[in-house]
Design a protein around this ligand. Structure first.
Ligand code: HEM
Length: 501
């Protein structure tokens, strides 16, 4: 027994030594960015980073400037904080910065999906065909029907909808957008009432997974939560299985295109279900939270709400429903809403915080905008966090924490696209969708569905905060770097369908 204890102890020492030694030996080489390994062997700065990435990076920038390398859990990340220097990283003309490898490791862990060669290209092709241009017009119609079904019920308008309903705004937006988006992309069976119930149950499971997600990615779950995540993953794999898909009509062209590719590659049905889970996550994890922030900002800024309402009335006319009617809506109106477009850009500036990551395949020289050259080391990752370095830069966006609904409008009402830093025109002035090879391929559909939802809410409904003085809630710091942020707590509101006069 004593011997075993000694052997195990020795093995542990060897393991710890093996993990920590490269970190202990690592030194900053000439021309490399400042290196900050943190005080904990192997962990480096992982604890502070995971606790609040925004504050951590702000501190590091104050200490080291616009470029620095930090150790996080045995890996080295070089953060580039000067947006005028993003170009070479995003364009990667040297072809040495790889997005796919890192993303594959993550999806294997989170969704259990084993990517195949060509997946990334295929997802972008499917999205160009079905989530943009003509394909998007078809999907918008489906989305409008889904929103009608969810917000009015399968029988259309009823008297009940014209009474006040109270809810949490975040819960309401996330729930509505999730169900409408899920049914529009993953299809209906012949029993619509049953589909609505199933979508509701799926949302509750999705929310649970969503709440555990940041700590799951960082491997910080308790054993009980770890088991729960496993159960949730299995439930999603079952619900989104190929057999269940066969029972459905009207699965979107987007999903059909991708599943056909996987079948042709000989991907097993069980793995296709895992792919579906990954697509459910990508397509539904951000739209509900973004809708929440957009509606909340409108409710907190009456001048913005008035401007969007005025624009909506101009393009849609006065909207009212009669008994058993569904929403009727000129979908072409979505092309003529510069004010709402600016509200969306401003909302995403304030609420979307992606991290762009690339694995460095071989030693790489990064030339910064100020002419200084840095050596980035093979095997490390290079990272951009535009929320801090772009969205919140007061030089690019004066008073960056303030919601300004017309920030992205020119005085003549057209879209404003010229922004400056240090007097130089800046290309990347808002980056909610990421950029370069990993830019969100669903961004046009995402914007359409959120705009559709907001236009419905402000034209067909009366809505108000229960307490008009309630402040905008703070962001949940666990979610920095994971797409659209979520509030620390919900905000109560009430809504009712406007009646025929
Ligand atoms: C407001 C809503 C949304 C936001 C803020 C958002 C944001 C993002 C971001 C930042 C990325 C890139 C992540 C990276 O660089 O690693 C991404 C990737 C992705 N998004 Fe979105 N997204 C939204 C909605 C959607 C929707 C509605 C769909 C599909 C219907 C979608 C599909 C995808 C897919 C498939 C990827 C992975 C692309 C790849 O592997 O290259 N997203 N999204």
């Amino acid at each position: 027994m004593v011997l075993w204890g000694q052997v195990l102890g020795a093995l542990l020492v060897i393991l710890v030594g093996y993990l920590c030694l490269p970190g202990l030996l690592r030194r900053r080489k000439p021309q490399e960015p400042p290196l900050d390994k943190g005080s904990m062997p192997w962990l480096g700065h992982a604890i502070a980073f995971r606790k609040n990435m925004f504050e951590f990076l702000k501190g590091m920038r104050a200490k080291h400037g616009d470029i620095f390398t930090v150790q996080l859990g045995g890996q080295y990340f070089t953060f580039v904080m000067d947006p005028l220097s993003f170009g070479p990283i995003i364009k990667d003309t040297q072809r040495t910065l790889d997005f796919v490898q890192y993303a594959q490791e993550l999806v294997r862990k989170v969704f259990g999906y084993q990517p195949t060669e060509g997946d990334h290209q295929m997802v972008h092709s499917a999205s160009s065909k079905h989530l943009m241009g003509d394909g998007l017009e078809d999907l918008n119609k489906v989305m409008l029907n889904s929103l009608s079904l969810i917000m009015l019920g399968p029988k259309g308008w009823s008297l009940d909808a014209s009474f006040w309903h109270e809810d949490g705004l975040f819960q309401f937006c996330y729930n509505t957008l999730f169900k409408a988006g899920y049914l529009s992309l993953f299809g209906y069976t012949k029993n619509v009432a049953q589909d609505l119930l199933q979508a509701e149950e799926l949302f509750m499971k999705f929310r649970r997974f969503d709440l555990l997600f940041p700590r799951f990615v960082y491997s910080l779950l308790s054993p009980r939560e770890w088991l729960e995540v496993g159960q949730l993953q299995r439930l999603f794999h079952k619900t989104l299985s190929v057999e269940h898909n066969l029972e459905k009509d009207g699965v979107s062209g987007w999903l059909c295109y991708m599943l056909q590719f996987l079948r042709e590659q000989g991907v097993a049905p069980a793995m296709q279900a895992k792919f579906n889970f990954m697509m459910l996550w990508a397509s539904q994890g951000n739209t509900g939270p973004t809708s929440f922030w957009a509606l909340l900002f409108l409710l907190k800024h009456p001048e913005a709400l008035q401007a969007v309402r005025k624009e909506a009335t101009e393009v849609l006319g006065e909207a009212r429903l009669e008994a058993t009617q569904f929403f009727t809506f000129k979908l072409s109106a979505l092309q003529h809403t510069p004010v709402l477009n600016s509200v969306m850009e401003e909302t995403l500036r304030l609420a979307a915080s992606p991290t762009l990551l690339r694995a460095i395949q071989k030693d790489y020289i990064l030339k910064m905008a100020n002419g200084q050259e840095y050596l980035l080391r093979q095997g490390d990752k290079v990272a951009l966090f535009p929320y801090l370095s772009v969205h919140m830069d007061p030089d690019i966006h004066p008073k960056p924490t303030t919601f300004k609904y017309d920030r992205f409008l020119n005085p003549n009402g057209s879209r404003k696209m010229h922004f400056y830093k240090e007097g130089k025109k800046i290309h990347h002035y808002n980056m909610p969708w990421g950029s370069g090879v990993s830019i969100c391929p669903g961004r046009f559909f995402a914007l359409s569905e959120i705009k559709l939802f907001i236009l419905i809410m402000i034209t067909y409904f009366d809505l108000e905060l229960m307490d008009s003085d309630t402040p905008v809630p703070p962001m949940d710091p666990q979610r920095w770097g994971f797409g659209t942020l979520q509030p620390r707590h919900d905000v109560r509101f009430r809504y009712r369908l406007k009646c025929m006069e």
